[in-house]
Design a binder for this molecule. Structure first.
Ligand code: T5A
Length: 221
């Protein structure tokens, strides 16, 4: 283990994560929040999971796009997301937080709990332990959960596919899987309401942006 922080104590920056079902608008809202941070003169790192490092991006390709015979198993999938996260936290997130950056991450530990835990049905206690092992105390200061029904998420995905189609293994899961994921996210928000703020993703982009900024402003202002 290196001497990077194992806790949030040395943190000078702010760690913000975005969560929610596919097509909830995370990428859209992260870009808008980044613009607000720029206007406020804050140094900002926008990053994502799986991904964020060279190794993480390679794992992203495996978990998202290997289908059929080469698709990962449920257990391997959980470990690959966690491996991507461990690399990401140590190599990028902790150094940026120590340097005073606002770190905005598209998906983090809650996605693993929602998708692999509630969605796939893997052991939630084990996932909690694995998440803690991967992040080593580096938990978000605030998490914005963009809430969208499985049906609405699917509909937005269909619209997007009309212009850009790339086969995505997890996105193509059956609707019940996505319903369990959404319920899982909502349970997480209930259990950790201090950190996880639920924002309805069905409103206009502008309205959602304002609601998010109201939550985040006290941390970055
Ligand atoms: N995963 C990830 C796990 O299973 N476990 C894990 O631990 C982790 C970390 C990641 C996949 O990996 C899984 C979850 C995912 O399946 P991804 O490509 O990063 O894959 O997928 P998403 O994070 O879901 O990204 P998307 O691009 O699909 O969705 P976004 O970023 O939420 O949405 P966005 O902003 O790209 O917008 C999607 C569409 O909706 C429209 C946009 O114009 C766009 O067309 N839109 C709106 N439409 C109406 N009203 C609004 N308010 C809108 N906002 C955006």
């Amino acid at each position: 283990m290196t001497n990077t922080a194992d806790s949030t104590n040395d943190r000078k920056g702010v760690f913000i994560t975005f969560e929610g079902p596919e097509c909830a608008g995370k990428t859209t809202q992260i870009a808008l929040l980044k613009r607000r941070c720029d206007e406020l003169g804050r140094k900002t790192l926008v990053t994502r999971e799986p991904g964020g490092t060279e190794i993480g991006e390679a794992l992203r390709n495996i978990v998202k796009h290997h289908v059929g015979d080469t698709a990962v198993t449920d257990h391997a999938e959980l470990l690959l997301f966690s491996a991507s996260r461990a690399q990401h936290v140590e190599k990028r997130i902790i150094p940026a937080l120590e340097a005073g950056y606002v770190v905005i991450c598209d998906r983090f530990i809650d996605s693993t709990t929602a998708y692999q835990g509630y969605g796939r049905g893997l052991d939630l206690e084990f996932i909690k332990t694995l998440n803690a092992f991967a992040v080593r105390g580096c938990v978000p200061d605030i998490t914005i959960l963009l809430d969208l029904s499985a049906e609405e998420s699917h509909e937005r995905g269909q619209k997007r596919e009309e212009t850009l189609f790339v086969e995505d293994r997890i996105e193509s899961e059956e609707i019940d899987f996505h319903r369990r994921v959404r319920d899982g996210f909502m349970k997480l928000a209930e259990l950790d309401s201090e950190r996880v703020k639920v924002v309805s993703a069905v409103n206009s982009v502008e309205k959602i942006e304002l609601e998010i900024f109201r939550y985040v402003a006290p941390l970055i202002g």
